[in-house]
Design a protein around this ligand. Structure first.
Ligand code: HPA
Length: 268
């Protein structure tokens, strides 16, 4: 993957020389966590050449360097998705940027529909593997300075999952582990698609994360992924799916998820 991050890094390095221990790409509804940062340096993503700009009005992207739970962290706010019409390479520009800044750990979260019938809305699921059903790969093209055929046998770090699950248990937060299935969206699945994806091994279905994690593994980053099951997937759900429901359930687990993420950051 050939990505020009030179100018963007120059802009960042004029503002801060911090090399955070972890970057966090958080799904919607977890904005409050960024408010807990101290010693913050905020950089608008619109100041960074090459950085994709979010199409969601009022949610302009920014990079927040700061401290949380005694660690140097970077929050990437204003994530962009493939379904917004960006090239797959644009979607993962932030990952190239964090890798080139020297950051080695990446935590990604998302909202997902539960295709595993035992995962009820509100379940917090560690992603242990994924299925790329978008058939779009950000690594298509010149291999750049990374491997031509990156290994994906353990995209989500197993030791980190085990540690994070222990942390959750200590906080009395129940968690599950499963396979995340990526579809480009933006329409939700049909019931027949959900049955098919379930047969293929999907526990949770969502529209993000897989491009970013694929790029992150190319750069050798250590990755932890967490899905919030916000709804039963189509056909399992007795009612039609709505974005409002997704946001609402996301809010009900927000408190636990924030506690968990703080614990994970603290115990890096
Ligand atoms: N399907 C795909 N993406 C989602 C869902 C879903 O049911 N819920 C939240 N994101």
């Amino acid at each position: 993957m050939i990505v020009n991050t030179v100018e963007a890094i120059e802009v960042i390095r004029k503002r801060t020389d911090l090399v955070p221990e972890i970057a966090l790409v958080l799904g919607s509804g977890l904005g409050n966590l960024a408010d807990a940062l101290t010693d913050v340096v905020t950089i608008a993503s619109s100041d960074l050449p090459g950085y994709p700009q979010s199409t969601v009005e009022g949610h302009s992207g920014s990079l927040l360097f700061g401290r949380l739970e005694g660690r140097d962290v970077l929050f990437l706010k204003g994530r962009v998705h493939f379904y917004e019409g960006y090239d797959i390479q644009e979607v993962v520009f932030p990952i190239s940027l964090i890798a080139r800044l020297g950051i080695r750990n990446l935590l990604v979260t998302n909202a997902a529909g539960g295709s595993n019938p035992s995962f009820l809305p509100g379940t917090i699921m560690f992603i242990e593997d994924h299925i790329n059903f978008g058939f779009a790969n950000p690594l298509i093209g010149h291999p750049g300075d990374g491997p031509r055929f990156p290994d994906m046998s353990a995209p989500y770090d197993r030791d980190w999952i085990a540690d994070a699950r222990d942390i959750a248990t200590g906080l009395q937060i129940r968690t599950a582990v499963g396979t995340y299935f990526w579809t480009p969206g933006p329409s939700y699945e049909t019931p027949a698609e959900v049955r098919a994806y379930r047969t293929l091994g999907a526990d949770a279905i969502g529209m993000s994360t897989v491009p970013e994690v694929t790029a992150a593994r190319y750069y050798g980053l250590r990755v932890l992924g967490i899905s919030t099951i916000t709804n039963k997937a189509a056909g399992i759900s007795p009612t039609a799916l709505s974005h409002a429901e997704v946001l609402e359930v996301g809010q009900t687990v927000r408190h636990d998820l924030e506690k968990l993420i703080r614990g994970i950051v603290k115990h890096l």
